[in-house]
Design a protein around this ligand. Sequence first.
Ligand code: NAP
Length: 515
Amino acid sequence: MTEQHEHVRVAVIGSGFGGLGAAVRLRREGITDFVVLERADSVGGTWRDNDYPGCACDVPSHLYSFSFAPNPDWPRTFSGQEHIRAYLEHVADTFRLRSHLRLKHEVLMTRWDSDALRWDIETSRGRFTADVVVSASGPLSDPRTPDIPGLDGFPGKVFHSARWDHDYDITGKRVAVIGTGASAIQIVPAIQPEVGRLTLFQRTPPWVMPRIDRRISGAERWLHRRLPFTGAARRGLLWGIRELQVQAFTKRPGELGIVERLAKANMAKAIKDPALRAKLTPSYRIGCKRILLSSTYYPALAQPNVDVVASGLTEVHGSTVVAADGTRTEVDAIIFGTGFHVTDMPIAERVVGAEGITLAEAWKDGMESLRGASAAGFPNFMTIIGPNTGLGNSSMILMIESQLNYMADYLRQLALLGEGSVLAARPSAVHAWNRRVQERMKRTVWNTGGCTSWYLDANGRNTTIWPGTTTEFRSATRRVDLDEYEVIRARKVPAPAAAADAQVAKDTKDAEVVA
Ligand code: NAP
């Protein structure tokens, strides 16, 4: 271990909402010995990468922001990507996070060193070691582009929604948009007036509700600035409404029938052609896939320069895109709105735990972690937005803040246990937690609603969504229960002769499980 490297108490991976939130929380806990490793050249995570036309959040801004960093100046009820990105830059400045950031440091491999009881992290710009790793790389960080035969030979332009090529001028072009998820339904109305012809490949129609978006008035902003409790009350109201909706998703999906009727009325208002309406009407229960919000999607589909192909893209022949139903269309550009590697997060391939296997191998039958954070076999390693921490109807920032509470208590417990202590989730506790989660999942609309979605993994198991309220998750993550962990402590071997420095002594201690 002679190679020069930086050792830190905590290494955070990623600088989106999860990573920056972790950094703020670490500082508030009095921990300043940490770095945030970020592969890109700026912060923001998915809100930096997704800058496609029309990109905005479908959760209201006063709820989609940190409780500890309220922003009285949100310009709209549903803010655009540029405002959310600017907010995250502002958080990095306000909480003095810049000195902790290691930009352009892509994590290539992270290995648990069972002798030194620490993580060994290889990045694209050198090596780090850390007592604790907090992985906040996020579920929406690596775009998924389907393997389409013939795509390589396509002579036109191809890109993914999360890697928009702003140098490409789409004006007047014949464009194929693949997919009808949350990204595609924002892209379609934004580019429809510009393109010559837009062909939308829809494999499964989404349920779409109107989005009541408006400018937040100067008077409201003034009020939130002068009387901060008014901003907090606004947030509380937005949260409470969503909290009350949860039962319908998790326990009584039958109640969602009324929402389906509202969504159908929303479609009927804009789509007068019965054949197109039939194509766009889903055959599964609303909520099974994420409910999408847009007041401009259906009106755009009704425009004369738009075709909806109710079938997936299966092949490309030269400049012709071919759907599963045989429809052939010649296009100049293909835009994939086909989502992300969510249930197979790529960072998992780059983390090797105490048993010498990667997190991806440990999760080959499905992701599972204790309270969404700690995987068995990966000591002192936590995931922010880990397995079963996603939400179907509310703000992910609420879940992130719960996980930050858990992280803070984890670090407090480690400090109380003494220097060199390690917490390793007991496999029995991880399995027990997951059995409870999966038991609750059985009745939810995500499992019973008659759809396949990215919430489900390759085995059909829902490893992404939390089947309860955000309040329940908040209480489940308030404290670390030491009964759910093994405590491993360093057993110091006699120090080598006088010249040995502290680092060498640390490197040569071995471990014992003490609890
Ligand atoms: P997504 O929800 O995973 O949607 C991917 C779409 O691609 C689906 O419609 C899927 O069809 C389709 N698809 C895949 N392969 C296809 C093929 N060969 N032919 C035709 N269609 C194909 O991805 P996303 O829209 O990027 O959204 C991902 C997540 O990002 C969202 O669920 C949301 O959490 C987040 N997001 C949030 C916002 C926001 O406002 N907060 C905005 C954008 C995205 P199937 O349905 O048949 O699988």
